[in-house]
Design a protein. Sequence first.
Length: 430
Amino acid sequence: MKKNMQQWLVRPQSKLGPVGLVVLLVTASLVTPLSLDMYTPAVPHMTEHFSATAGAVNLTLVGYFLFFAVGLLVFGPLSDRYGRRPVLLAGVVVYTSASGLCALALNIEMLIAFRIVQALGAGAASAVSTAVVKDAFKAEKREAILSVVQVMFVVGPVLSPVLGALILQVFDWRMTFCALGAVGVFCCALAVLFDETLSQEERYRGTVLGSVGQLGAVARNKGFSSFLAIVGLYNLPFMAYIAVGSYVYISFFGLSELEYSAFFAVAALLTAAGPFIWLKASKYMSARRFTGILLAVALLSGVAMLAVGELSPVLFCVTFLVFALTEACVRPYSTNILLSQQEGDTGAASSLINFTHTAIGSAGMLLAVLPWPSYVFGIGALIVASMAAAGVGWAALLKSGVPLKGIKGGSSERPRAQASAGSEPQRSAR
């Protein structure tokens, strides 16, 4: 098995090997959902512990989310200029150090500041890990690797609050950050063994500001931006569910905290099958057809939630699970298609992919707490609205003349690591 996987690499890893590289990528991808969502069960304890207002404590969450997005935008392009390894190493070291400092925070101001530093490190690790998939693996194997890596973005936000709650059963909130620091130490050890995947010849040779400016060059690729906006809409209702799911199960349906955790855990485990459903389906249909089917199924799941989701927690969970499975299915191959639109500037592309998912997910968390008739109705309405918009956008993109490698040009076409027309990266200084 290990020997077969070795053939998947176009950039060999002398110390990590292919399996170690996958473990590094998965761990780096898991850092973000763990850091954001494993901490949420401890938030109610923070106001009393620090004698702080709820608004001040909330800044430990909002600040993390905001500066994680900043980290995504800054460090991905920098990795195109300086290489993946130094940026990854710096990111995981900063993240690990900040996690330890969070555990030692003496007041709420210190915790907010350390969380911001922690978020910047996580943003660097997340942006680089996606870029490394394209650098290191053969084009025909990327979807399999992305299926493993991207599932962490789906399962992580669901399982993390459960893990955080379990920690709080035995320890206080500081142990949550100790656990995050331990994850960081493990990631650091793997990052030290990581061999550079971006050669000197492939790097951006302009200024530092110019490397960050490559975000604009990538964004101007209409195929990339249009498809990213469409698949990014899945994050809106998904993160709305993460934001208010506990209220639905505990306050609306009257379940205990343990029962609520069980529903969350079951949904997470079943959702993990999503990426592998695509790998199986890809043998029989194109990404173009599969995307249309997923959008239709997701829309119907929202309609079903509006119709029967309020009747029982089981029906609510099942209708959401159908939607979550479509989101998990679309993640790996859509990321591969998006990366395939650019021959170079992979760090900038991965930054924009992760930033867009994060930004749309943030909007979903804000919309979730609007004065809906019920949170169940709100989540269902957001699924219907976002998937209807995505469906309209998908139909318009297919009818347009905008090139999109891996989708247009035939049912058997698969994404390849080539630039689409008009998307040639500028590798020299401007």
